[in-house]
Design a protein. Sequence first.
Length: 223
Amino acid sequence: MNNATTYTQLFNMDSQNVENIEILTPHSTGQFAKLDAKLSAILEKMDQQSKLTEELIKKVDRQTTELVALRSEVASIKTKVCGEMTRARAYLPLQPFNQLEEFLQFEQTLQDEGVMKNIILDLVKSSEVSCEKFVRSSWRLLLTDEVARQCSWRGTDAKKCVRGFRITLAIRTAFKQRFALEDAEFDRVTQKFFQYAQDRLSKAQKLVASKKKKLETSIDLED
């Protein structure tokens, strides 16, 4: 063997085994170099593909946001062209329920499919052109914050779960007929409506108390 044209690399070798010696020639070394170059090129392409995928995801997210805004704008234009929708409250309550028991009794009436369809028709006639305002105003037609604070999306030991209510299905159906959006958007707005009911109620109570105090102060000054 010509020492000028060969060299050796030792690996997996211990004092008990001297047979694990692999002879590497310039030819095999060149093959390893080519494989290493190919591997580097593959890794570089994978990195480029990963970056391209991230950019595509960002574009899809932007386009989804723009699509939601476009659909709301189209609904607004339809309202202006066709005339503002008037809310016929033939089946919806004249006043939102202020007692949980009354609201639950109303919920039971929606087991009748005929009542359910009429409630949906009433809800669809809402004049709201924003999808979020449509959902919030629909709930406000039905219950006050006093009742809303006693409910939640998933329910607890102390709160009623509205997710499976028939009225929730009615509002969802009307929402999809008006805006053709995904259920996730309806769920998000509804969850927030019930989540912050107690905050809205507290703010309203503080406002009433503040106005009452100002009125009493004004009367005292007049006396």
